[in-house]
Design a binder for this molecule. Sequence first.
Ligand code: COI
Length: 362
Amino acid sequence: METIQLNLKERTSRVFLPESLGFGKIFTDHMFEMEYTESKGWHNPVIRPVEDLSVHPASMFIHYGQSIFEGMKAFKQESGEVVIFRADKHFERLNNSAKRVCIPPVDVEFMIEALKELINIERDWIPTKHGESLYIRPFVFGSDPFLGVKPAKEYKLIIILSPVGAYYSEGFKPVKILVTDEYVRAVRKGLGDCKTPANYAASLLAGQEAVKRGFTQVLWLDGVEQKYIEEVGTMNIFINMKDEVVTPKLNGSILPGITRRTVIEILKSWKMNIVERDITIDEVVNAYAKGNLLSVFGTGTAAIISSVGWLTYKDKQMVLNNGKPGALDIKLFDEITSIQYGLKEDTHNWIFPVEQKEIVNS
Ligand code: COI
């Protein structure tokens, strides 16, 4: 792969971050960009100022949704060291999503190096408060102008960066979730297990209706019978019962979350009984009725661990831990964030350090 061109703007003032960052509202100065054509493959990697994109109105992704994305995070640790969490797994998942929608794969090693280069340039934007981080959004879309339905011939890959705090407006407090059987997000063998905008478009109406009723988000049931629980759409879901912790098994319609995987690996290392299997919503309701439901929590890059304080299915509201985070949820949140912020040794090799390098404009 070619060397990355640096076309950087002169920084005229210090980076100033507001007290409350929220999620996805602030963007750093620079982005990484690379193009794909059939004759050249992926080429022309460049880091340049963030600016509006110029796309032809017939660009294929606009019409037929041929696009994928990722979400990962970088942290500034107390020592000042900057690290990316599980960058390899995120770019591998990008390639899995790419395959499903006929987008050409990227070189994972090259992408990790490109991301480190971008983050090195933007390191002043990384917030330092516990709970805050630099959210990384790589995305790829079919860019050539054509109105026939077929895979695009040209693509763009872009990475933008955004300093963020908590994903939900509740902050790190438990969320209110509505189990929906009115809409479905995805069906097996469809697109549900790839990170493509269509899945998020499919979730909007149910999410909007749930918010109007005072909920934070919806929990999706399977697309055929609306019987088995699947995911929240921005998070995978874990059901913590007295004798086992269950998360729905990856069946083709559930996103293979990197935080989901992290939690499973941690729970196994703690010798807990973590099981990936089908689980019906009725089983969750029964466990609650019998007093066997200790906690329910979601996992995701943006949300990390998010306790569910209230889970409503049909007309029944289940209140978990009096609306407070469960003990296991807190323990997992502390474990993951301690590794991310460098307060605990990373014995799993999840951390990718971003060495500080001198920046020379090319
Ligand atoms: C993430 O957790 O990174 C997500 O992609 C969820 C959402 C912001 C789309």
